[in-house]
Design a protein around this ligand. Structure first.
Ligand code: ADP
Ligand code: ZN
Ligand code: ZN
Length: 839
């Protein structure tokens, strides 16, 4: 039979052979078709992680994006080498979402996959070596040197070695030369080993061997036998006390954590004996990295205004997919979110709550955890790779029906979202700058919820002008909260003129008299103070008083920031560090002084001005560790700190009872920034940081130091006239063609050769000019910072007409133009960066 029908069956097989389009982490904008081998049929589908060969040597892991019957036209499909999981890690909705993101942000789907998958699910491959089986020292014509001998000897006892192990073995830094030589001498083979990064957390557990559970007699006999061995008896008694198997034999299945015996001071060697004698058995249980927390339903009574807002949101959701909740600081938006989340979960949907940064999450997260317990998953960048994989799997398994997380949580494997809430939707940290995809999590969340046919609620006290615009043109629903919760009222604002104080010699260590008085008052009343300065380090730069020399980064077009604490100057763009020079390298003068204000310097000034006050600082430098933020905030909340100095980290979300004074030391720095969003951002930052003051009965006060106290923005912030400021700013944006009236796309060229970067940018600019859509183009010109990490930057800004399909046409043409740039030999080494909706 076989010989007779063999050919026929082969033929049938090839007809039914299925193919998979695999998404791979390579900079080519498409999927790649592979053959699903017979042995894997039925075991793979969309969303499975697979291993495939790419090019002649490389083995890559990818995700199946599509399965079909069509063999590729241009090449012979290679087979999938292996499938890595028994279930799909990614669902079809996610693949759609990735495709949308690649399309909209003009990047490759492989780049989106890279951003989406937690590192623990991306396999790492490692180069290893093993002996070449045909190699024989005796007959080999090549002499080996001493180091090579050592490696080969080690391979005799251990069948494979990693490069790291070889380096340790020889005590050297790089092994590559020796490996190359051994390969040439045909002594070893190099191979790539792929390994999963995720390791489950396991616990050693102890339980009774089955006979003792089934039959109580044997247990009694056992105790009789052990009466002469009290140490062993004690262990068994401890077990029975914790796990009452007399009453409930089924409890034995799970057993008891081994550590409990050790903690009780029982003999570990007797435990071992009991295991050896087959009385007890030890097994490994995979456990969650997250604590079990019981949520409680403790009823919070909502205010009338909160209830009205909820009703309005719900009725507005009947017609609109997106709603903007515009509620002043302290109006109680969190409780509104909680109600809506509870209802969505009760109706069987999943919910995602996005928060801009982890600094914010500590307070809100602990509030939410009290309500939702361990039903709620948490997802953020300070989690370990393993923890993130567990959240990912928890969403798939249904353990987490609700996730609160930062921008990357839009990539979690949700399959039935009902509601996405974007808190503080105006926050610029929702935008990813580097690497590609340069997405905005709020905008992506709106798309994601559309794919799920879900609703999106955007919440803010100072909405982004884009969202407010969409609400005004009725694209989004709009709901307002005009009062603070409870008896709290908005703070009083005082503007303090820096120049006047300077003239009168009342400026002390950069603090005006009014600022010092208000801080002192708060300290006298045992109240707390927040001081805001959006610049970390000691001073923005150092300057020579005699010749004006300013130290600059060797690799970037920026001055180095002076960090007194670590006694060095640092580049905030590339991380370059340098010791502070004793004398000016330009003129030899010893008069080097720090210019401008950083958080370190303010902390120092405060301790000189208020020696009795307890002062703390919260910025990137003090919060690098996993619980850095939390520790500072807990200390502040517990009243161990009187004055907290910080960057924008302290402007958001903080809700403390005793903060009555908020100081903004240098408001002018926020106002005058060369960006069309500068005004919007200044309004938001000042309103937000001011919103931390006086959130309970006692009214707070906000002191703003400025050299331009008459600036119209202050007036509007004080009056809380968001709309007035918006309308004024919109008029400008309309006149000068900025969003939301146009669509912006920034195209930049980067190269270490200045001339080549410029030439490529010009060439690209000219190609873009030819695209036949309504648009305005600026540039190409040197970036705001002309060089970063030794790469010169030239940019073109495209302002696209928003009506019709100008955007779609332009992006389509852009893709074609990029391919022609990459195909152009001259520009092949130029890095081209596309930023859609740049910030
Ligand atoms: P927002 O996020 O709008 O700035 P929050 O949600 O932080 O405001 O609420 C401000 C304060 O009011 C918080 O301390 C919160 O616990 C309290 N609060 C809000 N709503 C209620 C309520 N219904 N019952 C009790 N306390 C509330
Ligand atoms: Zn000098
Ligand atoms: Zn630098």
């Amino acid at each position: 039979m076989e010989s007779l029908f063999g050919d026929l069956f082969d033929d049938l097989e090839s007809k039914s052979a299925r193919f998979a389009d695999v998404i791979l982490p390579v900079p080519i904008p498409k999927m790649f078709t592979y053959k699903i081998p017979k042995s894997l049929e039925g075991e793979v589908g969309i969303g499975f992680r697979v291993m495939v060969q790419f090019g002649s040597k490389k083995v890559l892991t990818g995700i199946i994006g599509k399965v079909h019957q069509k063999p590729p036209k241009e090449y012979e499909a290679k087979p999938i080498l292996d499938v890595l999981d028994s279930y799909a890690m990614v669902n079809p909705l996610q693949i759609k979402f990735w495709s949308w993101m690649a399309e909209y942000y003009c990047c490759h789907i492989g780049e989106v996959m890279n951003a989406a998958l937690p590192a623990g699910l991306k396999l790492s491959s490692e180069s290893k070596i093993q002996l070449n089986p045909t190699f024989d020292t005796e007959t080999s014509p090549y002499p080996l040197d001493e180091r090579e001998e050592v490696i080969l000897q080690a391979l005799a006892s251990k069948s494979e070695l990693s490069y790291d192990e070889c380096e340790q073995l020889l005590g050297i830094k790089s092994i590559h030369g020796i490996i190359k030589s051994l390969v040439i001498k045909e002594a070893i083979i190099v191979f790539e080993q792929v390994k999963d990064k995720y390791t489950p957390k396991v616990e050693s557990r102890i339980r009774f061997s089955q006979p003792f559970v089934e039959d109580r007699k044997s247990l009694e006999t056992l105790f009789d036998e052990l009466s002469a061995k009290p140490k062993q008896e004690e262990i068994l008694l401890k077990y029975l006390q914790e796990v009452p198997i007399y009453q409930r034999p089924e409890l034995n299945v799970k057993g008891l954590d081994k550590r409990i015996f050790a903690d009780a001071g029982l003999s570990m060697s007797s435990l071992k004996t009991l295991i050896k004698n087959g009385v007890l058995e030890e097994y490994k249980l995979i456990i969650s990295r997250f604590e079990e927390i019981q949520g409680n339903d403790e009823e919070v009574t909502l205010s009338e205004e909160q209830n009205r807002a909820i009703e309005e949101i719900k009725s507005s959701f009947q017609e609109k997919q997106v709603n903007l909740l515009h509620g002043i600081t302290g109006s109680g938006k969190t409780e509104i979110y909680i109600k809506l989340i509870e209802e969505a979960i009760a109706s069987g949907s999943q919910v995602l709550l996005l928060l801009p940064e982890i600094a914010l999450t500590t307070q809100i997260v602990s509030r939410l955890q009290k309500v939702f317990g361990s039903k709620m998953g948490i997802y953020h960048s300070k989690f370990s790779d393993n923890e993130r994989v567990e959240v990912w799997n928890g969403v798939i398994s249904g353990k987490f029906s609700f996730v609160v997380g930062v921008r990357s949580s839009i990539f979690l494997p949700f399959d039935s979202l009902g509601l996405i809430i974007v808190d503080e939707e105006h926050e610029s940290s929702y935008k990813q700058f580097e690497p590609s995809p340069r997405f905005h999590a709020r905008d992506a969340a709106i798309m994601l919820s559309w794919l799920h046919q879900a609703k999106t609620l955007l919440g803010s006290a100072t909405p982004s002008f884009e969202s407010y615009f969409n609400a005004r043109i009725k694209k989004y629903g709009y709901v307002q909260l005009l009062n603070r919760y409870g008896d709290a009222s908005l703070p009083e604002f005082l503007i303090s003129d820096i120049l006047v104080d300077k003239k009168k010699q009342l400026l002390k260590l950069d603090f005006t008299r009014l600022m010092r008085e208000k801080i002192q008052e708060a300290l006298n009343n045992q109240e707390q103070v927040l001081i805001f300065q959006n610049r970390r380090g000691y001073a923005p730069y150092i300057s020579c008083e005699d010749c004006g020399w300013i130290p600059e980064c060797e690799h970037c077009d920026v001055s180095l920031t002076y960090h007194q604490y670590s006694e060095e100057m640092r580049c905030h763009y590339c991380g370059f560090k340098e010791k502070i020079p004793k004398v000016c390298p330009a003129c030899g003068s010893g008069k080097l002084s720090a210019v401008g204000l950083g958080t370190e310097r303010i902390e120092e000034s405060l301790s000189l001005l208020f020696p009795e006050a307890r002062i703390a600082r919260m910025d990137l430098d003090t919060t690098r560790s996993k619980y850095g933020y939390q520790r500072i905030l807990e200390d502040f909340g517990a009243g161990n700190v009187d004055v907290l100095v910080g960057t924008q980290m302290i402007t958001k979300g903080l809700d403390f009872d005793r903060v009555t004074v908020v100081g903004i030391l240098d408001a002018d720095r926020i106002l005058y920034f060369p960006d069309f969003r500068a005004g919007e951002r200044a309004f938001q930052q000042i309103t937000q940081v001011a919103g931390r003051a006086g959130r309970r009965e006692k009214r707070g006060v906000v002191i703003i130091q400025s050299r331009k106290p008459d600036h119209f923005l202050f007036d509007q912030v004080i009056k809380g006239d968001y709309k007035g400021f918006y309308l004024q700013d919109m008029a400008e944006r309309q006149k000068f063609f900025y969003p939301p009236f146009v669509k912006l796309i920034k195209v930049s060229c980067r190269h270490k050769d200045y001339k080549l970067a410029e030439k490529a940018a010009r060439h690209l600019h000219n190609l873009l000019l030819e695209v036949q859509v309504k648009k305005i183009m600026l540039g190409p010109e040197k970036g705001l910072i002309g060089k970063i990490k030794n790469q010169y930057i030239f940019e073109t800004l495209v302002k696209l007409d928003k009506s019709g399909n100008a955007q779609a046409i332009f992006k389509h043409e852009l893709r074609r133009i990029l391919e022609s740039m990459y195909a152009n030999k001259e520009f092949r080494s130029v890095r081209i960066i596309i930023d859609v909706d740049p910030y």
